[in-house]
Design a protein around this ligand. Structure first.
Ligand SMILES: Nc1ncnc2c1ncn2[C@@H]1O[C@H](COP(=O)(O)OP(=O)(O)OP(=O)(O)O)[C@@H](O)[C@H]1O
Length: 262
């Protein structure tokens, strides 16, 4: 993947994440090539692109789970040198601990020594309420539906109140109806928390449903393709009518037919 938001990558105070000339290769495969863009504080940014264009590699690098070969990633102006409590990650395949209950999975982040949560049990209860899993506290992941598992994944990522939420195709494994519901719930949570979100998807419709700003990348890792971002500046509270107009506008900008009727 090679992309540029078209804006300066010099750090300014509104920038929460600054990605500067980041590259990453796996043996002969170049997954990221000279990637530069930034994400503003409190922004919901979707990175959309086809399978294999380097989206997961990028997200893992921001999370500090993987080291780029070159370039730098700054969070709040500080270089990322490894995982941190300021970043929560939600994985496509949930990555829940099968031997832990819903409560135990959500509590995971709070059990770390670096966590200074004054009342962890109260925090877990708050998160269970937030993601609507009341009554399932003692259930194990194998007894949950895909949508419920991902609610646990989101709650676990939010447990330590991270400044940044990194989401890697989190709703790729749930049915369309559940996905629509989870979109609404996620936007609701984001409205409450005001976190900076980087949400990776291969689905442009999902991206325009959720994002303040969409960064579109194309196939062929390591080459610059038709990559652009769109500033949507949408209001946080949006009516269904606004939404249809919003999708139509984005489709026009992307040069795609207006098929927002379904
Ligand atoms: N650990 C690895 N070892 C070797 N190659 C890898 C590794 N991780 C990723 N790659 C390769 O790097 C490229 C980018 O992979 P990445 O998973 O970041 O893409 P992606 O856009 O997230 O794809 P998807 O949408 O399918 O998850 C791919 O060609 C992939 O095969």
């Amino acid at each position: 993947m090679a992309l540029s938001s078209g804006s300066s990558t010099d750090h300014d105070s509104r920038e929460k994440i600054t990605i500067q000339n980041v590259s990453r290769s796996y043996e002969s495969v170049q997954a990221l090539a000279d990637v530069s863009f930034s994400v503003a504080e409190g922004e919901f940014c979707c990175v959309v692109g086809p399978s294999g264009c380097g989206k997961t590699t990028l997200l893992r690098a921001i999370a500090g789970l993987d080291d780029p070969d070159g370039g730098s990633i700054l969070v709040g102006g500080d270089p990322v040198t490894g995982p941190g409590l300021d970043r929560g990650m939600v994985f496509q395949e949930y990555a829940l601990f099968p031997w832990r209950t819903v409560r135990g999975n959500i509590r995971f982040g709070l059990d770390r020594p670096a966590c200074d949560c004054p009342d962890c049990e109260a925090r877990v209860r708050e998160l269970i309420d937030l993601v609507g899993l009341e009554g399932f506290e003692d259930a194990y992941p194998k007894a949950l539906s895909g949508g419920m598992k991902q609610r646990v994944g989101i709650a676990r990522a939010l447990a330590v109140d991270p400044e940044i939420l990194l989401m890697d195709e989190p709703f790729g494994s749930v049915d369309t109806r559940t996905r629509d519901r989870l979109h609404a719930e996620l936007l609701d949570i984001w409205t409450q928390t005001g976190q900076t979100v980087v949400f990776v998807t291969h689905d442009i419709d999902e991206a325009v449903t959720l994002a303040d700003r969409v960064i579109v990348v194309d196939a062929d890792p390591g080459t610059v393709q038709s990559t652009f971002s769109i500033d949507l500046a949408r209001p946080r509270e949006r009516t269904a009518r606004d939404f249809v107009g919003h999708v139509a506008r984005i489709r026009t900008e992307l040069g795609r037919p207006d098929d927002t009727s379904h």
